[in-house]
Design a protein around this ligand. Structure first.
Ligand code: C5P
Length: 302
């Protein structure tokens, strides 16, 4: 493998968009305990932001509203794990992966069902591959992503998609429209393993998203099978869903294992007005108006 050529003045910027489960059907369970899922997923313009630049020694700094929520322990930090796994793979292939400064701007709430940590890990893989300029085979990158977490391969794609398996079998969707939405979270975390453990039925009907002509109608016939369990664990989920409905959202659902819920609105202006009203009702909670992206990802700038 050719040595990495890294310009000293280079700053690579990657967005880490929030992942929205438009639908999540639990269809079975693997022998290792992981659940088989059918997911309809899209991503928002709103998300974390990461900067990567050459440094004398590895550095990691965090800023943003939810940086403090990540705590001081960096042992489980997915950004650092992504850097470590990628560096291992590059070194194994004879390439070089020099020291880097990573700045994570954490604007997404953590343990929130919108894949913040997974998006950060995926953005780290994308960003470091650009910074280090290393041609790793795509299958190797995908394997690293899956090792980092079941949602990381989807976040690597960061575009509308259907996922099967535990999230690693991905089919892109080209005709999904952009949805204006409000993300709403009571800022209480829900434990993903606990939600999965609470499932009483693990063999629900699979996802059927045909015909796709009227996406909002189609969503009505889909589910998030984790939502009833999460509602049982955290009563605020029902409360925040009702608040989104009261603001006139045309569709309200929980994402992932919660607690973030989203309400779809006709226009971004309507979503922004709803978010403003919701913030004044509950200033201590998280409400963000945003839009989902369509087609290829809109995640990187240099
Ligand atoms: O892969 P990740 O670390 O994001 O998963 C967190 C936990 O969620 C797993 O340890 C498992 O308990 C549960 N999970 C699952 N089935 C999936 C994804 C996650 O049971 N498809």
């Amino acid at each position: 493998m050719a040595a990495a050529s890294m310009r000293d003045d280079l700053i690579v910027i990657e967005k880490a968009p929030a992942k929205i489960n438009l639908a999540l059907h639990v269809t079975g369970q693997r022998s290792d305990g992981y659940h088989l899922l059918d997911m309809l997923v899209t991503f928002t313009r709103h998300g974390d932001r990461l900067e990567f630049m050459p440094a004398k020694m590895d550095e990691f700094v965090m800023s943003g509203r939810f940086a403090g929520a990540l705590g001081d322990s960096l042992d489980d930090n997915l950004v650092l794990k992504a850097r470590e796994f990628l560096r291992e793979a590059i070194t194994r292939e004879g390439g070089s992966a020099p020291a880097v400064r990573i700045h994570l701007q954490k604007t997404l709430p953590i343990a929130a069902g919108i894949g913040g940590g997974s998006a950060d890990a995926a953005a780290t893989l994308r960003g470091l591959l650009r910074l280090w300029n290393v041609p790793l085979p795509w299958v190797t990158i995908e394997a690293i992503a899956l090792r980092l977490g079941a949602d990381v391969p989807m976040c690597l794609a960061s575009r509308p998609l259907i996922a099967h398996g535990i999230g690693e079998q991905i089919t892109p969707i080209d005709d999904m429209p952009a949805f204006a939405m409000v993300l709403a979270n009571p800022l209480k975390g829900v434990s993903t393993p606990e939600v999965f453990r609470g499932l009483t039925n693990k063999t629900n009907p699979p996802l059927d998203v045909n015909p796709r002509s009227a996406w909002l109608d189609t969503l009505g016939s889909t589910r998030n099978d984790l939502e009833p369990v999460a509602r049982g664990l955290l009563p605020e989920i029902a409360e925040i869903s009702a608040m989104l409905n009261d603001q006139g959202a045309s569709f309200v659902r929980m994402s992932g294992s919660g607690a973030t819920c989203y309400g779809i609105f006709d226009t971004l202006t309507a979503a922004e007005e709803a978010a403003t009203a919701l913030r004044s009702e509950r200033p201590d909670w998280y409400f963000e108006a945003t839009e989902t992206t369509v087609g290829g990802r809109d995640a990187g700038t240099r």
